[in-house]
Design a protein around this ligand. Structure first.
Ligand SMILES: Cc1cc2nc3c(=O)[nH]c(=O)nc-3n(C[C@H](O)[C@H](O)[C@H](O)COP(=O)(O)OP(=O)(O)OC[C@H]3O[C@@H](n4cnc5c(N)ncnc54)[C@H](O)[C@@H]3O)c2cc1C
Length: 386
């Protein structure tokens, strides 16, 4: 992907070249809009390439279930069309007590209502799906075979290349430094490589979103803070050993699965912040080793190759802020994904492109209303793992 010069002008400018900015650009360009992405480093270099690969529809509210159902349809369509791996190998939530089972029964009922085929299964059935599991303490599991995983690097790059084919311009190593605003209207953006004239701006910077909001002079309170989350990869093991994403809230809010290369990837709930620091910590290494081996004892034999860190851009209810900011024309935000922005991106792109090109969307975008914080109308906590 060539690094382009900053164009003199663009109808629409997206700040941030992560999966969210790139899929929005892809969707808008596909609809014939003139769009430019400005990325301060390289495409995918924020949280996107650091993420855990997981894509699930198992949420605990109607909006996220509907949005993720649509997102999975789009993951499936684009992975086939563009040739990147998206495997529907399922998500398996291990449950250890009656309270957890009751909560998941409620979640499953919501998911089933929207056609997501999640089922409560027995520990023995769970062990058939992942034979390496220790099920001695597991009393049930929530299983949806249509959830899955995709390679963040491969998929983001494919969306980026196709966005360019549709005419989007992706400008790397260029940082947005300021807005040019006259009478409440955006006229342009100042960057480290010059000025771009533009009327419509989308803030897709996730962990940095508050800095861009401050540059835009937005008064409305949109609390998004960066938290350090870490991940681990082991040496490769026999392909197909751990097909689904396995989740255990009991054991450290752990999530783990096997990548296409064969390594075991995942993380735990261990969180530090708010911070922009990204150094992996020894405490994480200890926690992840302890919890992973509780879930799959055979992992004791495996070598850990690497740990790394990235941001969860968290909001108080773990739901993103997506929509138009009315104080400034035309300014949109799609940020604060709280640890599940990779999976949401294709549907988010559709919602944002719908709002910009048609003024409305069929997906329940109101759930992510950026004004809900100011109004004190927090949503129920979105199911967050990791
Ligand atoms: C360890 C870990 C595991 C995760 N696991 C999962 C998972 O399994 N499934 C899932 O769905 N999600 C997961 N996530 C969350 C997921 O990574 C994020 O929600 C997602 O990548 C957000 O994408 P984005 O495009 O909004 O943000 P980013 O990828 O962070 O992109 C924002 C971009 O904005 C750029 N930027 C910032 N400021 C400026 C500026 N002033 N000018 C120009 N550019 C700027 C940054 O350089 C960055 O590239 C995980 C995250 C972590 C850290």
């Amino acid at each position: 992907m060539p690094t382009r010069e900053l164009p003199e002008k663009s109808e629409i400018t997206i700040i941030g070249g992560g999966i969210v900015g790139v899929t929005i650009a892809h969707e808008l360009a596909k609809r014939g809009e003139e769009v430019t992405v400005i990325e301060k480093r390289f495409i995918g270099s924020g949280s996107t390439f650091r993420c855990g690969t997981g894509i699930r529809q198992q949420f605990n509210d109607e909006a996220n279930v509907q949005v993720m159902k649509r997102s999975v349809e789009l993951w499936k369509r684009y992975s086939e069309e563009y040739g990147f791996p998206f495997e529907q190998t399922g998500y398996l939530f291990l449950l250890y007590d009656d309270e957890e089972v009751e909560t998941f029964k409620r979640n499953i009922a919501i998911q089933n209502r929207f056609g997501v085929p999640t089922r409560l299964i027995t520990p023995e059935e769970a062990k058939e799906i992942v034979p390496l599991l220790d099920i001695s303490e597991v009393i049930a599991a929530s299983w949806n075979p249509t959830d899955g995983k995709a390679d963040p690097f491969h998929s983001t790059t494919k969306f980026a290349l196709h966005a360019e084919e549709f005419g989007a311009r992706l400008v790397e190593y260029t940082e947005v430094k300021d807005f040019i605003i006259k009478n409440g209207e955006i006229k342009g953006l100042k960057t480290t490589r010059g000025t771009i004239k533009t009327g419509i701006v989308i803030n897709a910077t996730n962990a940095w979103a508050k800095l861009i909001n401050a540059m835009a002079g937005i008064g409305v309170k949109i609390p998004i803070e960066p938290y350090k989350h870490q991940a681990v990869i082991t040496q490769p093991i026999k392909k197909g050993s751990i097909k689904p994403m396995v989740i255990s809230f009991k054991y450290g809010h752990a999530y783990l699965t096997q990548t296409a290369h064969g390594g075991v990837v995942g993380g735990v709930g261990y969180e530090l912040g708010p911070t922009y620091d990204l150094n992996p910590t020894y405490e994480f290494l200890r926690e992840v080793s302890y919890y992973f081996t509780k879930i799959i004892p055979a992992l004791r034999e495996l070598l850990i190759l690497r740990t790394w860190a990235g941001y969860y851009a968290k909001t108080p209810d773990s739901n993103p802020a997506i929509g138009k900011i009315e104080e400034l024309s035309d300014y949109y935000i799609a940020a604060g994904f709280s640890g599940h922005g990779f999976m949401m991106a294709p549907a988010v792109a559709e919602m944002v492109a719908d709002i910009i090109t048609k003024g409305k969307t069929d997906l329940p975008v109101e759930w992510y209303d950026p004004y809900r914080f100011e109004r004190g109308e927090l949503r129920g906590q979105a199911l967050q793992m990791g």
